[in-house]
Design a protein around this ligand. Structure first.
Ligand code: UDP
Length: 341
């Protein structure tokens, strides 16, 4: 039987590269497209090494270019698309909202436009940011979405709505939105991982860069939150587990198993971890001491959020399997790989 081909837009980035690996290992053909505006070729080269596939097709392009997007879909037989191509820096989105609205919305609409003409189903990479500061934990897919504090968060909500409305109007397509909690870690091979530009905003890259000596000290933003140890709680999901959720979702789409035209799934572990717990776990598993201090709260941070992942467990047949220890060891191995150690 002919293999199905999945287009991974933004496939050279952190999440996209891990998803590409898992799709190939699950037997799919993958077409990677990326404008390389926020990454270099490190991860794509790593994907080739991990999979032993030197021939993964790659197209350098931006999905903001409607004609180029249309041409891509005309040139290749694409069975499903996973859309990652988007800007993702929360702070930058506050400073440059139009850049975010233009890029993140336009590129997604161009993808949908090309996909709908060909009956190609769409998986959108959404985020738990749509839940804001939830009143009830854990959050289910039915939990209300809250007004976002950043244009970045708004684009996630808007893209969800664009997809929902599009699948309703165009009977040729179906869509799935995966709401990621906090993706962390790296591939166990240490050949692909997160490559933040400049000072990392996210916790785990900041931790690994501090441990390797690139940063002097980790600031833990706030230890006076109403949580068991005073630091924020999140649902940290291993990047390989997260990537596998995409394979299950794509399979559901391609095998005609979707029960609704538009489905949403939380992708998390269901277990909260505080910043302090995560720091301590990192120290323990990697047998090192991290230089950290408590600092004031960071603007825009929610106190606590974690997923109820039971819908994804049940409908996708997916479950997070990797332990926090495995994940944090992989994150550290990746940082050492980058440092050539
Ligand atoms: N955090 C921290 N120091 C840092 C970066 C993050 O204490 O240098 C905390 C942040 O306040 C939040 C958690 O780590 O409670 C996760 O933050 P991250 O930016 O990784 O993800 P977010 O949940 O904001 O999307």
């Amino acid at each position: 039987m002919e293999k199905k081909r999945v287009l991974v837009s933004g496939g050279a980035g952190f999440i996209g590269s891990h998803v590409t690996v898992e799709l190939i290992e699950a037997g799919y053909d993958v077409l990677v497209a990326d404008d390389m505006s926020n990454c270099d070729s490190t991860c794509f080269e790593g994907v080739k090494k991990i999979t032993g596939r030197d021939d993964i097709p790659f197209v350098k392009m931006t999905f903001c270019d409607a004609a180029a997007t249309e041409k891509l879909f005309a040139d290749w037989k694409i069975d499903a698309v996973i859309h990652f191509a988007a800007f993702k820096a929360v702070g930058e989105s506050v400073a440059e909202p139009l850049k975010y609205y233009k890029n993140n919305l336009e590129s997604f609409m161009n993808v949908i436009e090309a996909a709908r003409k060909r009956g190609c189903n769409i998986l959108f990479s959404s985020s738990a940011t749509v839940y804001g500061e939830p009143d009830i934990l854990p959050v289910t897919e039915q939990s209300p979405r809250m007004p976002s504090t950043s244009p970045y968060g708004n684009t996630k909500q808007m893209c969800e709505d664009i997809l929902r409305d599009s699948v309703k109007a165009y009977s040729s397509i179906k869509g799935i939105a995966l709401r990621y909690f906090n993706p962390i870690g790296a591939h166990p091979s240490a050949l692909i991982g997160e490559l933040p530009r400049g000072v990392p905003n996210n916790l785990v890259p900041f931790i690994t860069q501090t441990a390797i000596g690139k940063r002097e000290c980790l600031s833990i933003f706030g230890n006076d939150y109403p949580t068991p140890d005073g630091t924020c709680q999140r649902d940290y999901i291993d990047i390989v587990d997260l990537a596998r959720a995409h394979v299950y979702a794509v399979r559901r789409m391609l095998d005609g198993k979707m029960e609704q035209d538009y489905e949403i799934y939380n992708v998390g572990t269901g277990t909260p971890l505080s910043v302090l717990e995560l720091v301590k776990a990192f120290e323990k598993v990697n047998n090192l001491k991290l230089n950290y201090k408590f600092a004031p709260r960071r603007d825009g941070d929610v106190t606590a959020i974690w997923a109820d992942p039971s819908l994804a467990n049940e409908k996708l047949g997916w479950k997070a399997t990797r332990t926090t220890e495995e994940t944090l060891a992989a994150a550290w191995a990746w940082e050492k790989h980058l440092a050539g150690k």
